[in-house]
Design a protein around this ligand. Structure first.
Ligand code: SAM
Length: 450
């Protein structure tokens, strides 16, 4: 059997059968199968592409099979998804996509080879645009339903994006298209260790458009880079760099040596904040509730002026290491739905549910409340999410500030980002976007305690 396709099938099946994460399970499968170079790249493209386009593929397979895709045996269903992806989204010739999928079905669901052959031949009758035209509701009658099917996102996610974009469906469409692209790897050149231009030269990449620390990697595995192994750089989306650096750019009167990161795991932003703290004689306390993630924070900040605490961030005022009114700058990079980084996690759009929002927003409010207790009068708090969902952004910030009983003012976050950055809106908060900035959709609100 074709090994790259088998590897892709195994990864997709593990995501659906075992709730695995594609970015973790696929590298292990590629190693087991001994796949490198072009074969590994092909298997990766098939896996990620199939998972991203799953919603549209399933609608097409349902029509082609004449029965709900959910009623097809799971191994055969995943093989068909992989075959349909090749037919509709790659340059693989139709006969090769069909015959390799039938071979796969012979191994994973032997009774279904005739069925698989017939369904894929039906899928191959049209291209993806013709299928969408046939199956999606019209843009006029049901724009959210249309965009969801055409660009393979759940309807509730499309609705949330459209709302955060002020109802602009043209921009929403550009965002959905961007979510289906393979995102480039961004590196963060750690200040004091390496300069972004030097790092770009060293790794054959290009300096980032906005963050002074960002380098866009051209290709290759970032884990193999000496700069990453030696702690001069780490992998981090440019948007994450910008919002972490914004906290350190907020003007402050008085002392500026005690910084706090209340949700630090696995340590990307703590790594950047720690490197900036080292240059400014400050010290960062990095809090993470999950033990294994707090160990990752310790690894990510080795050699930097960072103290890692494996405690619940909501214990400010109870834990003697987290006194109230003590810190000058506080970051709350809150747990969230992650709807702003769907490009990087191909299966996550199908896993997340609107029902996740209520427990997450409660936790977000409590953590931001704790941050407002931890910061000293005159100090600043940055609230960050990698989600643009307004319930996790504007609603959480407004509610947490209102309930905190602490006097706070919004600081305009736009001047805390590099000069000349386009598309930052009317302030005082900032929402970054993949289709506008090439970053994850990070949200940033900066509050100053009165
Ligand atoms: C969005 S992630 C933070 C990412 C991190 N700042 C970075 O840049 O690598 C949120 C983190 O908050 C942690 N967390 C969740 N609840 C927490 C709590 N009550 N106290 C402290 N950390 C918490 C999660 O385990 C998770 O690691």
């Amino acid at each position: 059997m074709d090994r790259p396709r088998y590897a892709a099938y195994e990864a997709i099946a593990a995501v659906h059968r075992d709730d695995a994460f594609a970015n973790l399970v696929l590298p292990a499968i590629l190693r087991e199968e001994g796949l490198f170079g072009r074969d590994a790249a092909f298997a990766t493209e098939l896996t990620y592409g199939t998972l991203r386009h799953l919603g549209t593929l399933d609608a097409i397979l349902t029509a082609a099979a004449g029965r709900e895709v959910q009623r097809i045996d799971p191994p055969v269903r995943d093989a068909l998804r992989l075959g349909a992806y090749q037919l509709l989204h790659t340059r693989v010739p139709a006969h090769a996509a069909v015959s390799s999928t039938v071979d796969l079905v012979r191994a994973v669901g032997p009774g279904a080879t005739g069925f698989a052959n017939a369904v894929l031949r039906e899928v191959a009758e049209r291209d993806v645009d013709a299928w969408v035209a046939q199956l999606a509701p019209s843009m006029e009658s049901d724009p959210i339903g249309h965009l969801a099917l055409a660009y393979s996102h759940p309807q509730w996610v499309v609705r949330a994006f459209a709302e955060a974009l002020g109802g602009d469906l043209g921009e929403t469409t550009r965002l959905l298209i961007e979510d289906n692209e393979r995102p480039p790897v961004h590196l963060c050149a750690r200040p004091g260790r390496v300069d972004a231009v030097e790092l770009a030269d060293e790794v054959g990449g290009a300096p980032g458009a906005f963050s002074p620390y960002a380098v866009y990697l051209g290709g290759g595995a970032p884990g193999d880079l000496p700069a990453v192994a030696e702690g001069r750089a780490h992998v981090q989306d440019e948007g994450s760099q910008l919002v972490a650096a914004a906290l350190t750019a907020a003007p402050l009167d008085g002392p500026d040596g005690r910084w706090l990161d209340l949700c630090a795991g696995p340590g990307g932003k703590a790594g950047l904040l720690g490197a900036i703290a080292a240059e400014r004689d400050a010290r960062l306390t990095a809090v993470e509730v999950a033990e294994h993630r707090s160990r990752l924070v310790a690894q990510a900040t080795r050699g930097l002026p960072v103290t890692v605490l494996n405690v619940d961030g909501r214990t400010v005022g109870e834990d003697p290491k987290l006194p109230e009114q003590h810190f000058d700058r506080v970051l709350v990079d809150a747990p969230c739905t992650g709807l702003g980084s769907l490009r990087r996690r191909p299966e996550s759009r199908w896993r997340r549910q609107p029902s996740d929002l209520s427990s997450l927003t409660r936790l977000q409010r409590e953590l931001l409340g704790a941050a407002l207790r931890a910061v000293r009068p005159g100090g600043v708090v940055a609230y960050v999410t990698c989600s643009p969902h307004i319930v996790e952004t504007h609603v959480t910030v407004t509610e947490a500030a209102r309930r905190s009983g602490v006097p706070v003012d919004f600081v305009d976050a736009r001047p805390l980002l590099p000069a000349g950055m386009p598309g930052l809106g009317d302030g005082p908060t900032v929402q970054l976007w993949p289709h506008r900035h090439g970053t994850d959709a990070m949200f940033l609100a900066v509050l100053r305690r009165g």
